[in-house]
Design a protein. Sequence first.
Length: 108
Amino acid sequence: MKNKERKIKVGEEEYRIRLVRYLKKCRNKKQIVAGDFSCKRNEIKIKNNISEKQKEETLYHEIAHAILYELGKYNKPIQKLFYNENFIDRLGKILSQTFKIRYLNKND
Ligand SMILES: [Zn+2]
């Protein structure tokens, strides 16, 4: 993948998508961290040393976080779902089954 900047708009927010070598470990150390969503920096980070399929799955997972962040702005109960990784994983899978976004392909 080239180093050109990729962006995605989710609701009112635009996020920069960055491929990175390292990610900080999250609180749940049992899980392998492949991506990171930051609403403060408007940024989605994805590890670059994983397979293209894993990158796509991770992107959808982080997009699911972005959707829940957007919905949570106006709905307190939904804010809790933002931190529910099982829910986010499921939503990410549904998104990937629904859409075929190829943000991370090598040759585009
Ligand atoms: Zn997550």
